[in-house]
Ligand binder design. Structure first.
Ligand code: 2P0
Length: 326
């Protein structure tokens, strides 16, 4: 029996990963940059044993079907190959979220599984190797190896595509992110399918790629200079450009709902009133508001005029992946 257990925190992309050039290896079309947060995390344990006759995946105590087990099984296969064993595995994964909003995340989930496999099979992967391994489970998971800011350098091969920490002189500790949960239902178009459809059909996709390259340089400069407004401007614009690609794809689609727009407008209003806040959105309707930590209570209170307490989650910068006792 080989056992391992790890905890990984969710990261939110400030400059988005949107599109793959290799589906199997999960190589992205563009580099991305994220902030790992403390509010949402996953703890995963894995046991490999000769006594198991199949792979089983339990999420929050419930045995998962084939569809939900796919990403997990892929990573288990890679781990077995690397360790030179053929034992089946049982995976127990628990998502920790502060509300019942169902904000399950593949970034923390697949990063935690990668860490658990690394420990169980004594693969002794470096952070870079662990990031590459997690990437093959889910792209965004490669950034959850690190706390604070991380950049997933797109690379052009399995060897060269991984995340690294972004030097910030601990500036992330001065920041906060408020989640506005406008809808906790499973999304209609998964990010995997949404980004693929966009790569294949969006009229704006080439322009997205050009913009993403410039935006990541601007974001890194803003982080180096600890310039909140410069970072806010570029991350909000980058998110809007990503979402614009979906409207120009065939068939067109959008992750936004009327409540998403309500939250975005509230951020604009707060900014006009002199508050420091900018939004970002991923492949779903929820809105995330980046602000300085010192202003977060004021901005939270302002958001509470439009949204209930159950819909708001205040998060701060989180840690990188950690091994746990089995
Ligand atoms: C990101 N997203 O950078 C972007 C922005 C969603 C929008 O990474 O197919 O679950 O497993 O590599 O990582 C969500 O996509 O996709 C995502 P796969 P993943 O965070």
């Amino acid at each position: 029996m080989h056992n391992g257990k790890a905890r990984a925190f969710t990261n939110i992309a400030l400059i988005k990963y949107w599109g793959k050039k290799d589906q199997q290896l999960i190589l992205p079309m563009n580099s991305s940059l994220s902030l790992t947060l403390d509010a949402f995390y996953t703890e995963t344990s894995v046991s490999f044993s000769k006594n198991y006759t199949e792979d089983l995946f339990y999420l929050d105590g419930r045995l998962q079907g084939e569809k939900n087990t796919q990403k997990v099984a892929r990573l288990l296969n890679l781990a077995r190959k690397q360790a030179g064993i053929n034992e089946h595995a049982v995976v127990y994964s628990q998502n920790f979220v502060p509300t019942a909003a169902g904000l399950a995340s593949s970034s923390s989930g697949l990063a935690a599984l990668a860490g658990a496999c690394n420990d169980a099979l004594e693969l002794n992967l470096s952070s870079t190797e662990l990031s590459r391994f997690a990437r093959k489970g889910s792209g965004s998971a490669c950034r959850s190896i690190y706390g604070g800011f991380a950049e997933w350098q797109k690379g052009d091969s399995d060897q060269t595509s991984y995340a690294l920490p972004v030097e910030s002189n601990h500036w992330e500790d001065d920041l906060a992110m408020i989640f506005v949960i406008v809808n906790d239902k499973a999304k209609k178009i998964s990010s995997r399918n949404g980004m693929q459809q966009t790569v294949e059909t969006s009229l704006y996709y080439n322009d997205w790629l050009k913009a993403a390259e410039t935006d990541i340089k601007t974001a890194k400069k803003a982080i180096a200079n600890q310039d909140f407004h410069a970072l806010g401007e570029v991350i909000e614009a980058n998110c809007l450009k990503m979402h614009a690609t979906t409207l120009a794809s065939t068939p067109p689609f959008s992750y936004w709902t009327p409540d998403s727009l309500k939250a975005m407008n509230k951020v604009y209003e707060m900014r006009q009133a002199g508050q420091n806040c900018y939004f970002t959105m991923d492949a779903g309707p929820n809105v995330k508001v980046l602000c300085p930590k010192k202003d977060s209570q004021k901005i939270y209170d302002e958001l509470q005029k439009e949204f209930s307490e159950q819909q708001l989650v205040l998060a701060h910068a989180g840690k990188g992946i950690e091994s746990l006792e089995t």
